[in-house]
Design a protein around this ligand. Sequence first.
Ligand SMILES: C[S@@+](CC[C@H](N)C(=O)[O-])C[C@H]1O[C@@H](n2cnc3c(N)ncnc32)[C@H](O)[C@@H]1O
Length: 226
Amino acid sequence: MIFARNAALNWRMSNDKPDLSAAYALQTPEDSKRLYAEWAESYDASFAQANDYRLHWHTAQAFVQAGGQGPVLDVGAGTGLCGLVLADMGAGPLDATDISAEMLKTAETKDVYRDLFDADLTDGLPVPSDSYAGIVSSGTFTHGHVGPEVFDELLRVARPGTQFALSINAAHFAEQGFAAKFDSLSESRILNLRLPEVRIYGDQASGAHKDDIALVALFEKSDAPL
Ligand SMILES: C[S@@+](CC[C@H](N)C(=O)[O-])C[C@H]1O[C@@H](n2cnc3c(N)ncnc32)[C@H](O)[C@@H]1O
């Protein structure tokens, strides 16, 4: 693990630019802040366009098809790619949160969010309980980012009946105990869990991750008191 930790901290030395390998090698929220601060201006071109990234589109489409309503919180919104698709599909109002103020600065230029606020999801969100009727997240439940430990906080800020659409990298799902968390939540706190699989990248992608899969966790917050 010492090697992986050094790899994350020294991504600039080895790569001279942020990329998917550096993102997957992250270990802590501080690592994320550092890497995404550097990536914010070039992310849409150097990552999303260059890799034919599709996950934001699948996540937004799954949310809308499931009947998702606003107000919606886009969690780990990054540069706002998922929000842009949601706005095109008529969903809203949309708020964005992310650990990286720099990523949110880029998201703001897309002009689709009502409010944007930086916060470390693992520390909790500066938002009252029952604030949102929809919660979406694309690309944030993945290697080196966040795991199922943040679901309780997302449920706190969601109203009863809230539609969730959270993409979860399939390998991360298997490694980080998502199945056990969903089992415990399904007993009383969430309803109608479905886990359709989607391809993270499109047909133009190349490289080691081109066939990577994510699950889009679709569920609703139950009416039962927490
Ligand atoms: C791969 S990007 C995905 C961005 C965007 N949703 C998309 O689909 O393009 C992952 C995002 O998660 C954010 N992130 C990582 N750790 C976080 C944390 N602990 N709290 C909040 N956001 C976090 C990063 O800053 C980054 O913007």
